[in-house]
Design a protein around this ligand. Structure first.
Ligand SMILES: Cc1cc2nc3c(=O)[nH]c(=O)nc-3n(C[C@H](O)[C@H](O)[C@H](O)COP(=O)(O)OP(=O)(O)OC[C@H]3O[C@@H](n4cnc5c(N)ncnc54)[C@H](O)[C@@H]3O)c2cc1C
Length: 526
């Protein structure tokens, strides 16, 4: 089989390796616009699980990668000058260039033809093959060329980021939140070699404009950020490879990953075209999994071609198996991205709850898992919760509303800005108003996208007495939502459990935590 692969990043190179390993009957060409030693960015991070599956598919690459990796098990969060560590997260960091060089060498050893420094202007020039793989990254020309089939959407996110390096060693995945005169800056830092760390800086558009980056040179930009992160860098410089490039993260999704291109002239003939990696989907770097997804795509595509009788069946199997998993991963990455874009709403939190929320942001880790990962940090969080119960935003004399069967009215915003109101059961955790609903409902969609809400909580025994709360949904989680619903059922229905017969098939319950910003406690006739 003749296979052309456009793009020599992780997806294209790893797919080439897996296909080439099967023997000499494949003719594989990888077309890459850059040279073997050009790279964008510094180090990347993998979870232990990612490395484990590489071992199963190509032990040689796995061995070379693991011996070039730095490892750690902690996520550190620096907020208000205090650093808190959460252990139990197995990660490895590696230089992006070292990683690509390992894949390139393995390809060359296996007889793959890599055409470096060959920029593809028109992907249809590369249709002289039995399969064309578009692995040409987030700005994919392949995806654009056959956009009618792939049906992509590219959502350019608001925050700006720049990918820098430093000789300061950050032992762990360190998230640093620093407020400056211009506004909030966030750094994602981790070591990727014995001498170097990645240092990605992210900020909102207003902060970026106020800081004046638009008119700064590379040296001025690095010097400015060195001042912002001086306590963390401890005198180490920030470094840019090539030049400083501030970018907005593109959230890429594609409805379909395959296309059949009818070849002109040859009646009925067509060349299958398929996407993999960032060309098909991107995942925000805050969950460090774009490369993992690209490699998993390569593995799934190679396996489908091995197992299925013909190429069209293999591509259908590949898309069918990968797309639902990638969709779920992208949803988690979007939650992480939204947390960082909206993190200013949480900055008044103490470092302990702030770190806890940071760990929960993608909803892939819940309280139970966190306690298993790091019992000492979970105990710290429990202590904080106990101490907070006394001093919540709801006046003590109105706490009885959360002991009665109180029907509250929740107002959320529709996409066009119009209000939507629904009756809801309501709870309180000492700091937040809690709502329990199900994924996919109108209020769920509204709160996911637009976090500002208002809720009126009237006393069922005296509707003149009520709490009116305006606030922000600071957390949406499925973790513990079924148990929470059962607790509510005791109060509202007098039953031990929320009846299964009340639930819709496949219903996924969620808890919404509303941080009150304004609370009116009104008892005019009391
Ligand atoms: C700031 C940042 C930090 C990240 N950190 C991590 C991390 O820690 N861990 C992680 O897993 N992922 C991380 N990622 C994501 C990761 O970099 C990507 O998801 C991954 O590289 C995708 O691999 P790919 O092969 O699909 O695409 P790419 O790596 O983008 O490779 C595509 C290749 O195609 C080539 N190409 C593009 N157009 C053409 C053309 N017209 N002609 C010829 N060649 C072309 C490019 O030069 C490139 O080499 C990060 C991303 C960013 C932006």
């Amino acid at each position: 089989m003749k296979v052309n692969i456009l793009g020599g990043g992780p997806a294209g190179l790893y797919f080439a390796i897996l296909l080439a390993k099967r023997g000499g009957h494949h003719r594989i060409t990888v077309v890459e616009r850059d040279g073997p030693d050009d790279t964008f960015g510094w180090g990347i991070v993998f979870s232990d699980r990612t490395l484990a599956f590489l071992k199963d598919t190509d032990e040689e690459t796995h061995g070379a990668i693991t011996s070039a990796c730095q490892t750690w098990d902690n996520v550190d969060v620096v907020h208000r000058g205090r650093k808190l560590s959460v252990h139990g997260n197995g990660f490895s960091g590696i230089a992006r260039l070292a990683f690509l060089n390992i894949l390139q060498r393995r390809c060359l050893d296996l007889g793959v033809d890599i055409r470096f420094r060959t920029a593809v202007a028109d992907p249809s020039d590369w249709l002289d093959a039995d399969l064309l793989l578009g692995a040409d990254g987030a700005n994919s020309a392949v995806r654009r060329t056959w956009a009618d089939s792939f049906q992509p959407s590219v959502d350019i996110r608001v925050n700006r980021y720049v990918w820098l390096g430093t000789s300061q060693l950050f032992h762990g995945l360190v998230m640093i939140f620093r407020m400056s005169q211009a506004g909030l800056f966030i750094a994602h830092a981790y070591k990727f070699s014995p001498a170097m760390s990645t240092f990605i800086v992210e900020c909102g558009p207003d902060t970026w404009t106020r800081a004046g980056f638009e008119h700064m040179s590379q040296t001025e930009t690095c010097a400015y950020l060195e001042r912002v992160f001086a306590p963390d860098l401890e005198g180490a410089p920030l470094l840019a490879n090539n030049f400083v490039r501030w970018l907005n993260f593109p959230l890429v999704k594609t409805r379909h990953w395959t296309h059949r291109h009818a070849t002109p002239g040859a009646a009925g003939a067509s060349v299958p075209v398929v996407l993999a990696g960032d060309a098909a989907h991107t995942a925000h770097f805050s969950i460090g999994s774009g490369t993992k997804l690209a490699l998993e795509d390569a593995i799934a595509l190679a396996a489908a071609l091995r197992d299925c009788g013909d190429v069209p069946a293999a591509l259908a199997a590949y898309e069918g198996s990968r797309k639902p998993r990638v969709d779920a991963f992208q949803a988690a990455a979007l939650r992480s991205l939204l947390w960082l874009e909206n993190v200013e709403a949480h900055l008044d939190l103490d470092p302990v709850p702030f770190t806890y929320k940071h760990m929960m942001r993608s909803q892939r880790v819940g309280y139970a898992r966190l306690r298993l990962m790091d019992p000492a940090f979970a105990a710290l969080y429990d202590d904080w919760r106990r101490s907070e119960r006394e001093a919540g935003p709801v006046p003590r004399e109105f706490l009885d509303l959360f002991e009665k069967a109180t029907f509250a009215h929740l107002a959320t915003s529709m996409p066009d800005g119009s209000p939507q109101v629904t009756p809801v059961w309501v709870d309180y955790d000492g700091r937040h108003i809690l709502i329990n609903s199900a994924a996919g409902r109108q209020k769920d969609r509204n709160m996911e996208q637009r976090r500002r809400v208002a809720i009126e909580i009237p006393d069922p025994d005296n509707p003149n007495r009520y709490l009116a709360v305006r606030g922000t949904v600071v957390d949406i989680t499925e973790d513990g939502a079924d148990e929470h619903l059962d607790r509510l059922a005791r109060r509202y229905l007098g039953r031990d459990r929320y009846p299964d017969s009340y639930r819709f098939p496949g219903e996924r319950r969620r808890i919404y935590r509303i941080a009150p910003e304004r609370v009116t406690a009104w008892d005019p006739f009391g």
